[in-house]
Design a protein around this ligand. Sequence first.
Ligand code: FAD
Length: 383
Amino acid sequence: MKSVLPSQRCSCRAFQHAIRPRRFASTASSNTSATASRKNRWLGVLFVTATAAGAGAYVRSQGPGSTTLNEETFTKYSLVSREPVSATSSLFTLRPRYPSGSNYDVYENAWRIGVWSVMFKQPQLQIGRDYTPLPTTSATTLTVDEENEGYLQFFIRKDPFGEVSRYLHTLSIGADIEMRGPQIECVIPEETKEIVFIAGGTGIAPALQAGHSLLSRRNDESRPKIHILWANRLKEDCLGGVSDTPRTLPSRGSWFPWFGTETVAPEQAAPAPAPAPAPLGEAASLIVKELEALKSQYPGQVKVDYYLDEENRFIRKDDISEAVKSSGSDGSLRKKLILVSGPEGFIGYMAGPKVWAQGQELQGPVQGVIKELDLKDWAVWKL
Ligand SMILES: Cc1cc2nc3c(=O)[nH]c(=O)nc-3n(C[C@H](O)[C@H](O)[C@H](O)COP(=O)(O)OP(=O)(O)OC[C@H]3O[C@@H](n4cnc5c(N)ncnc54)[C@H](O)[C@@H]3O)c2cc1C
């Protein structure tokens, strides 16, 4: 996703108003638009209500030189640390450059709504890119004081040819990073009981957010659940991760264009022994530790399955089918969500591409693997 700062302003999604109406796509909704609008109306209403509540906390802090994160102006943060997670990705810790008691409230409101992001500015090129704050868990390195001071952490992959991710990886500790937000990417309705989250690469950051947002709703007696299917190219990205669903058959189908878009039926796939997982310890990837922490915090409510391109294990139609089958909730779009997050090609392969129309990025119809599954009572959202 390319975003250009106002001097080069274009009709990019990221420069539209951060709080903007969004509607879920669903396999059911791709059939008739009338049905879609009926089914989605409640989501629109919910969205406006929820985001209005969320906006309240930071609208007051808008204006030039604001010390509180807001969606209109860029707020300065300092780079506290950058720890490598793998050869291509790092954990960034940032703190607000100037003290403000309000940042914590801004984040809290966004967490309550669902999945959110902020936009980082690359000042030399005047371009911006979106990044997803990680929730704080028992695996996080943040102290309570740091949380209260408004520290944020991000899992960012360095694209060797990418303008902003490369820039962020060259900054010295203590350097300023300007950001604005929160941008609400997806509302998780209060009624949601179950999420199947299909993540590719750094798409895991919104999955952690979705898990945190869904499971921290303490007023829910029926204990909602999240099942995360996380695909990575390299083992080092998810070192130590052990799938919760036993799997004996690997697959060859891949969303990577250069592997083709074929999906391989399980019976065609060559059997191979399951890879021996690294014990969860110091060697485990930081994100794997975060996922384990989420599981420990909410026992029985979180499932994670890992897929690895370099070991020919890809997320197949059957895997998604299994994940949605284990659902116990009744058939209501309010209760069951499939979220898809990752590189454009990954999202397109799983759920069809997002589309541009009238200067806006829209969800577009559900296509790809998820359409083939024809899951009528699941709402689908592409992040
Ligand atoms: C809501 C949201 C949340 C996100 N959260 C995260 C997150 O938490 N962590 C994370 O790492 N990423 C996240 N991303 C992705 C992030 O915003 C950036 O897209 C990513 O960091 C790459 O940006 P870049 O400026 O480094 O690369 P870009 O400069 O945008 O380049 C991306 C790729 O496109 C290629 N490219 C550029 N220009 C051309 C061209 N003209 N022709 C052909 N190829 C070209 C480049 O070579 C490069 O490989 C998120 C994205 C969104 C939309």
